[in-house]
Design a binder for this molecule. Structure first.
Ligand code: FES
Length: 116
C-alpha cells in the first residue's frame, strides 16, 4: 500500500493563463506561488526570493521585466530565468526559485503539491 499523495492544485484555466501571462495562487500550506505561460508548458514557482524570501512581483500578476524576458524582483531588480528559476543577476545570483511541477488537464492548469 502506498501512502496517499496530496492532490494537484487547480490554479487557473489555460486560456486565462495565456491571456494574462502569469497567474498567482496560494498552496494549501499558505505559501504563495505563481505560474507563467511559457512556450512549451506552464512553469510554476513559489513566490519567494531565495535570498530574502520576499514576494517577487511588482503588482498582482506582474512578474516579468520590461522586455518580458526574465522574472524580476520588484524590490531589488534581480533577474531570474523564467524556465529554470535560476537567478542570473542580482543579490542571489546563482540561486534558484523553487519550481513546482505543472500539468494541464483538459483546459485546467494544475500545480503539484510541494515535495517534502
Ligand atoms: S528579495 Fe531577493 S532579489 Fe529581491
Amino acid at each position: 500500500m502506498t501512502p496517499s499523495q496530496p492532490d494537484w492544485l487547480p490554479v487557473c484555466q489555460l486560456d486565462e493563463l495565456v491571456a494574462a501571462g502569469a497567474v498567482e495562487f496560494r498552496l494549501p500550506c499558505g505559501s504563495p506561488g505563481f505560474v507563467l505561460a511559457r512556450p512549451r508548458a506552464p512553469q510554476a514557482f513559489l513566490n519567494h526570493c531565495p535570498h530574502l524570501g520576499l514576494e517577487l512581483n511588482w503588482l498582482p500578476g506582474q512578474f516579468m521585466d520590461v522586455d518580458r524576458c526574465f522574472i524580476q524582483c520588484a524590490t531589488h531588480g534581480a533577474l531570474f530565468n523564467p524556465d529554470s528559476g535560476l537567478c542570473i543577476a542580482g543579490p542571489c545570483q546563482g540561486d534558484r526559485l523553487q519550481s513546482l511541477d505543472t500539468k494541464v488537464d483538459g483546459k485546467q492548469v494544475l500545480v503539484a503539491p510541494l515535495k517534502t
